[in-house]
Design a protein around this ligand. Sequence first.
Ligand SMILES: [Zn+2]
Length: 212
Amino acid sequence: MPPHTLSLPSNQFTLHGGCFCKSTLYTITVPPLPSRPLVAADDGAQIRLPRVGSDFCQSCRGVTGALMCFMVKLPQEWLSFSLVRKSENTLKTTNRTESERKRIDLPASAVLQSPSISETSNLVLFSSSPGVSRLFCGKCGINLMFTKSEGEEKGLVDVPLGTLDLEFLEGMGDGGEFEGLRPSARVVMAGPVGWINEEGAWGVRGVGTGEG
Ligand SMILES: [Zn+2]
């Protein structure tokens, strides 16, 4: 089968997602095609952002609790957050619509530069290794962003693919104008648990049934 080529709109478009409890929502604004930077893939080819890859490393496994982690990589300036104020946590919200909940709108750069973000919102910034910041929802625990402050990937962020609203994963539009984000043909398989590449490891033989 030939490698799948990701087809995204060439005009500007937006992606939406958020944490499980919806106290943190985000918007990714992807500019028109000529303004999307190129990055080098593992095989040296140039791939235009946003790019979806997978990571099986010890750190990603540790912070997500998942054996495989798909992330969408993009420039930090494309990402902005809408955060429920922390004071809202103690209010009864059952009779209030989402739009009535008081929110703070901030670009990702402002979130990363705000040491008091956990005092005003549910977001928690965690440094998993030197120069690496990960953003979580402190209320429901979902991992929302990964970024490095140094090196080739400075200025880029990775957003866990599973936090995107479903329509951006499955696609939308009558003519298939937007097919949904999915991993590129070259998926990073660095550092997986040993058995993950074994035949049957992904359930094709009915893992867990005890039958052959
Ligand atoms: Zn949450």
